[in-house]
Design a protein around this ligand. Structure first.
Ligand code: ADP
Ligand code: MG
Length: 359
């Protein structure tokens, strides 16, 4: 099993110096708005995924008026204790160390301490743009499969270069298909590999997702999830060659796995238009649990689950269904956050006091 035992942050966002102990199962961080609950979850995200969940630059996470931050965590993974360190100094490079050994590249660490974080902003996975949904897919597969992560990084670099080349053609009013073919030949195997992995991923999580949805909703609703990709029937090279003219006219690459889509529907209507907020939240939760089970199947260990403000907007039935799930063997360590202390029973309650920030 995997869990964080202790977290120590210095100058991280609103926290000057904080040391917190966690228990292996269900932990709650309680405190009023702005006391830094989400920030603590983000600190744990740094330790597991090497960066902030909120796409902020490291420098923005240094406490106001300070010049560095450090985050340190003691983890138990199976029977072994591990110490993960992340430090950032203004003007310097982020330092990541596991058991005192520095990493050369942050990506080397991905997958060692698997993590799922869910925040209120993640409603966008259901109702926002396809970028958010691809981020969900990529975050899962990158943690379970290094080849996927490397293929994705390389593919994205090629896309950048290919787009720059297309823009240059446009500027010079000249098009040389041979140059684009050179990119495409390198991108094709990456594209088809990523597509294949995503297809397998969807096949694996679809039944898990449906089962969890029905469990949390406590009734069956016609909810569906589908993976849409141009590459299901045709290979990258064929599609790319077909779209040269269009790419040229648009000045960017219009086909590729960077355009894949994942769609949720209710009664055959798109979930983003149709579903209530509570239903969207249920979709998201069911998706997180499916994600967790998928990661466990791949890694042989349950990821740590961080649930930010999760009980908000759920009716009592769904709250108690959820708390049963969190207490079950389905999940490993869970850390939730709450604005009030009157919560469902948790093993460990951490109370953030706002007065300490006034000093
Ligand atoms: N770099 C920073 N320095 C100081 N305070 C910060 C920094 N980044 C964020 N904060 C503060 O952290 C507070 C929010 O913390 P957050 O974890 O979102 O609270 P909660 O989740 O408990 O509502 C905000 O008041 C914000 O201004
Ligand atoms: Mg918060």
């Amino acid at each position: 099993m995997l869990y964080i035992q202790n977290l120590k942050v210095v100058n991280f966002k609103n926290h000057r110096d904080k040391n917190i102990g966690f228990l292996p199962k269900l932990n709650a961080i309680c405190g009023n708005n702005g006391t830094g609950k989400t920030n603590l979850l983000d600190a744990i995200t740094y330790l597991c995924l090497t960066k902030s969940y909120f796409n902020t630059a490291d420098s923005q996470n240094v406490k106001e008026k300070a010049s560095f931050f450090t985050i340190e965590g003691e983890f138990m993974k199976n029977e072994n204790q591990g110490n993960m360190f992340c430090g950032f100094q203004e003007g310097g490079k982020k330092v990541l160390k596991y058991n005192q050994v520095p990493y050369e590249k942050p990506t080397e660490h991905i997958g060692l301490l698997p993590l799922i974080i869910n925040t209120p902003a993640d409603g966008s996975i259901v109702s926002g743009s396809s970028i958010e949904r691809r981020k969900f897919i990529d975050s899962t597969l990158s943690q379970t499969d290094h080849d996927y992560l490397n293929a994705l990084i390389r593919f994205n670099k090629f896309i950048e270069q290919r787009n720059a080349q297309l823009k240059l053609f446009e500027k010079n009013n000249l098009f040389d298909a041979r140059l684009i073919v050179l990119y495409d030949e390198q991108m094709a195997p990456l594209n088809d590999y990523i597509h294949k992995k995503r297809k397998l991923f969807f096949a694996a999580i679809d039944p898990l997702f449906l089962q969890h949805y029905t469990n949390i909703a406590t009734k069956s609703e016609l909810v569906k999830m589908a993976y849409q990709s141009e590459f299901t029937s045709t290979e990258y090279l064929t599609i790319a060659a077909r779209n040269y003219k269009r790419d040229m006219a648009y000045g960017y690459t219009t086909s590729g796995i960077h355009r894949d889509e994942m769609e949720f529907s209710f009664n055959n209507q798109p979930a983003k238009k149709w579903a209530s907020q509570g239903q969207q939240k249920t979709v998201l939760l069911a998706l997180r649990l499916a994600q967790l089970q998928y990661m466990e199947m791949q890694l042989g260990i349950k990821p740590i689950l961080l649930l930010d403000d999760i009980f908000d907007k759920l009716d009592r039935h769904r709250c108690s269904a959820l708390i049963n799930l969190l207490n079950s063997d389905l999940v490993g360590q869970v850390i939730t956050t709450h604005t009030n202390q009157d919560i469902f029973p948790h093993e460990n309650k951490i109370i953030l006091d706002e007065n300490e920030f006034l000093a």
